[in-house]
Design a protein. Structure first.
Length: 252
């Protein structure tokens, strides 16, 4: 059915507003250093073996993310590798153009570009930070998405929703453990981008609703959920996307 002029304007307005919303999420990272929201002095629970001096590297034959700031940055790098890889597969799928409409393609392509920027930023930052130390930069992880149908719109969008919601909660929960102000500043910029991603995906799934800031992710005080690494890693592991084994024995 041919759209009326009013309907065409509504579609164009919706696309323009979402693109404008995401455009400010691009994050020019050059020249900035890594805020994770949700910081609280009331909750300083730590893991069973926290050690801020433990650098990322091989422990008992398996890569461990390490502790302290280096461990938190490596933890974020692992999550960004996952998101970047997922969106890379989405936009390069043979059915991308037939599965998603023009607006959805634009949003997903923007998210893909942002996540690749985040991944490469963390890689460069960690390479510099760990130079001349005994620490090791997390290698490229392997991924598999057996549970995702990349030719099915809702399968992809619901997976994106899970990844984005988890990413926001992960950044928010890790913030209280960062001690270097420069890292905290950049992480705050990145988590604001991830929150925009989560809202955009939720709006694509259920447009015109309040799901973009649903009660399942935003509490009565208007704050996003915050979960520490020891809570996030089992959630990510249960998705069974990351195929490379690693441990996080020195993170809270």
């Amino acid at each position: 059915m041919k759209k009326t002029k009013v309907e065409v304007r509504q579609v164009a307005t919706g696309l323009a507003s979402r693109r404008s919303f995401l455009k400010i999420s691009g994050l020019t990272l050059a020249g900035t250093g890594l805020l994770l929201a949700g910081c609280s002095d009331d909750d300083d629970n730590t893991g069973t073996n926290p050690d801020p001096n433990m650098l990322p590297g091989i422990v008992n034959g398996t890569f461990d993310l390490g502790g302290g700031d280096a461990g938190i940055l490596t933890y974020a790098y692992a999550l960004e590798q996952l998101e970047a890889d997922f969106y890379t597969r989405v936009v390069n799928s043979n059915t991308f153009g037939s599965t998603f409409n023009a607006e959805e393609q634009s949003v997903l392509t923007d998210l893909y570009r942002h996540e690749v920027i985040h991944r490469e930023f963390f890689k460069a930052a960690l390479t510099g930070a760990l130079a001349n130390t005994e620490g090791v930069v997390l290698p490229n992880l392997e991924f598999s998405y057996d549970s995702v149908n990349f030719s099915n719109r809702l399968s992809v969008l619901n997976t994106a929703k899970a990844l984005e919601d988890t990413g926001v909660s992960a950044y928010n929960g890790a913030g209280r453990y960062i001690t270097t102000p420069e890292y905290l500043l950049i992480a705050g910029k990145i988590v604001s981008v991830e929150a925009r991603h989560a809202s955009a995906i939720r709006d694509l799934i259920n447009p015109g609703s309040v799901d973009f800031a649903g009660n399942d992710v935003v509490d009565a005080n208007g704050l996003d959920k915050a979960q520490k690494p020891s809570q996030i890693i089992p959630i990510v592991s249960s998705l069974d996307f990351i195929q490379t084994a690693f441990t996080a024995m020195y993170l809270p």
